[in-house]
Design a protein around this ligand. Structure first.
Ligand SMILES: Cc1cc2nc3c(=O)[nH]c(=O)nc-3n(C[C@H](O)[C@H](O)[C@H](O)COP(=O)(O)OP(=O)(O)OC[C@H]3O[C@@H](n4cnc5c(N)ncnc54)[C@H](O)[C@@H]3O)c2cc1C
Ligand code: SF4
Length: 506
């Protein structure tokens, strides 16, 4: 028989493997301690992965297929993918091993190594999920020093005929409506009600406790709010298309203490685990744009850019740059992340709010991740390895091929500018423009020095000052250094002292 491996992020029921039933195929899925603990994961993420794997395996079985499913607490479980596979290969009369291409570099490397030791034929097949091949971005940017997302995005629009006219020109005359997508959330606008589910996952949670699987974050095991299975993921997507997409682009970057989901789709977990495909999500958004007058071009373009632009681009960067990318540390940053990243206990309201929300739900939107915990970590010079682990553990959608270019690249600039053309460093001014966080903070957003001065302000200048040699040749930063150079000497000294005193207390 053929043994076909299904990884925890390959829950794609529309894969051609599952379109025909075959008696001589044995599907294999496994839960492993290694996957649950490779970094400290949010408990809701662990539950989401396990419940969706179990749901998927029962769907495969219900279609009459053979399935060998190894639960985390099965006595036969060797707790590692390759060890379990070796045991199964010795137990079943397997004549061929088949697997889908892995998205994570370490799993890919492990499987490549594993198959070389086999004395039976094997085959690696496509996961049939992405718009692009792993090496497509590398080929597109061949010979170029910079990987500009906007160039790649326009290429994707033309190549896949998305929002372009017959001459490959953008519908509406503009490629990008980013300029209209940066509105602050109005104080008098009602926040959308989060679309949640209610699952009782007590038994899985108890199993994790019994096995002493380490985790972080808060969980209500009796009321797990995330979708389970493709149908619920599609239900949440439909809710987004009907009720949230009309405002998605406009308030994409906005942050508020009044609600946690705003107009975001929260489809990332379902996408990354392949419960839904990016092609169907994009088509559904295009259909909404065609059929619903409240969905305007800037909204739909803003959403589609995230999927065919950023998502595919980040995957391409990851596969083009790994494994070296995982060691990049442009600023030689080595400070441990402060303990409040795991508790939310800090007086800085922006950090308290975003970290507490993340601990509560395992989710924060892009600008929250980038500009609050990400920005702060870069300003204090946090070790990018720790930052990667934190993002990977905290967010329920986190998976290394998306996390690393976003975390190490975009948020920490540890890649020296492969993903971003300048660091995403901001002070209280930006945070106050895009959120209501500063209104409820004990620190004064306008002050740079003094006991109640917002720490972000002095840290911002300290970051640029201490990293100047490593940033001097980035043209987009000339203006920032010119402002710093024009400041009176005593002011610069006061800002640096303020930041250094703060860093000593961290
Ligand atoms: C430091 C950091 C770490 C991140 N780690 C991850 C991660 O591990 N996994 C992950 O899926 N996203 C990650 N992102 C990107 C983004 O924050 C999430 O995709 C998004 O917040 C998920 O919520 P949503 O589905 O409501 O997204 P929406 O705002 O509704 O966007 C729709 C979809 O577009 C895609 N998308 C949006 N922005 C990005 C981006 N920058 N890169 C790749 N895809 C994007 C996602 O698939 C998302 O589901 C990270 C961002 C930052 C700044
Ligand atoms: S004042 Fe500073 S610390 Fe407080 S919320 Fe604003 S940016 Fe954050």
């Amino acid at each position: 028989m053929k043994l076909r491996l299904i990884l925890s992020d390959q829950l794609n029921i529309n894969h051609s493997w599952f379109q025909t039933k075959s008696e001589d195929v044995l599907y294999v899925m496994m839960e492993t301690r290694l996957e649950m603990e490779y970094v400290c994961l949010h408990r809701q993420k662990q539950l989401g992965i396990l419940v969706n794997m179990r749901d998927f395996s029962s769907k495969i079985r219900s279609r009459g297929n053979n399935m060998h499913y190894i639960c985390l607490d099965d006595s036969e479980n060797e707790q590692q993918l390759d060890w379990n596979l070796l045991r199964l290969l010795s137990e079943y009369p397997v004549t061929k091993f088949e697997f889908q291409e892995a998205d994570e570099y370490s799993t890919h490397a492990m499987l490549q190594q594993f198959v070389t030791s086999l004395d039976i034929p094997y085959e690696e097949v496509s996961s049939e999920h992405f718009f692009t091949e792993k090496d497509e971005l590398g080929k597109f940017f061949a010979g170029k020093k910079k990987f500009l997302m906007e160039h790649f995005y326009r290429h994707m629009r033309k190549r896949h005929h998305i929002l372009v006219d017959g001459n490959d020109e953008p519908v509406g005359g503009k490629w990008n409506y980013d300029g209209q997508n940066r509105e602050r959330f109005p104080d008098d606008m009602p926040v959308p009600e989060p679309y949640v589910f209610h699952h009782d996952l007590t038994s899985i949670n108890e199993m994790l406790d019994k096995m002493e699987i380490k985790s972080m974050g808060h969980v209500n095991q009796k009321d797990f709010i995330w979708p389970v299975g493709r149908e619920e993921a599609l239900e949440m997507l439909n809710h987004f298309l009907q009720h949230l997409l009309p405002h998605f682009g406009t308030y994409q970057d906005a942050m508020t203490t009044r609600g946690w989901t705003l107009f975001h789709s929260r489809v990332s977990f379902a996408l990354n685990r392949k419960l839904v495909s990016p092609k169907e999500v994009v088509q559904a958004a295009l259909d909404a744009y065609q059929n619903d007058a409240s969905v305007t071009l800037p909204q739909v373009e803003g959403f589609i850019r995230q999927i065919i632009g950023w998502r595919e681009y980040m995957r391409g960067v990851y596969w083009n740059q790994m494994p070296e990318y995982a060691t990049k540390n442009h600023f030689f940053a080595d400070r441990p992340l402060p303990a409040f990243y795991w508790t939310g206990k800090t007086d800085m309201n922006c950090l308290r709010h975003v970290i507490t929300q993340s601990l509560d739900y395992g989710w924060a939107h892009h600008i929250q991740r980038l500009m609050i915990p990400g920005n702060f970590a870069m300003l204090i010079g946090a070790d990018p390895d720790q930052v990667d682990d934190w993002f990977l553990g905290m967010y329920h959608d986190a998976i290394q091929w998306v996390e690393m270019p976003n975390g190490r690249g975009m948020s920490q600039f540890a890649d020296g500018g492969i993903v971003g053309t300048k660091p995403y460093a901001v002070s209280a001014n930006y945070i106050n423009n895009m959120s209501d966080y500063c209104q409820f903070c004990t620190f004064d957003k306008n002050k740079k020095v003094g006991k109640d001065a917002c720490p972000f302000n002095a840290l911002y200048w300290h970051f640029y000052h201490r990293n100047r040699k490593r940033l001097a040749w980035y043209p987009r930063l000339n203006q920032i250094f010119a402002i710093w150079d024009r400041m009176p000497e005593d002011r610069r000294t006061a800002y640096l002292k303020q930041a250094e005193d703060f860093l000593k207390r961290l």
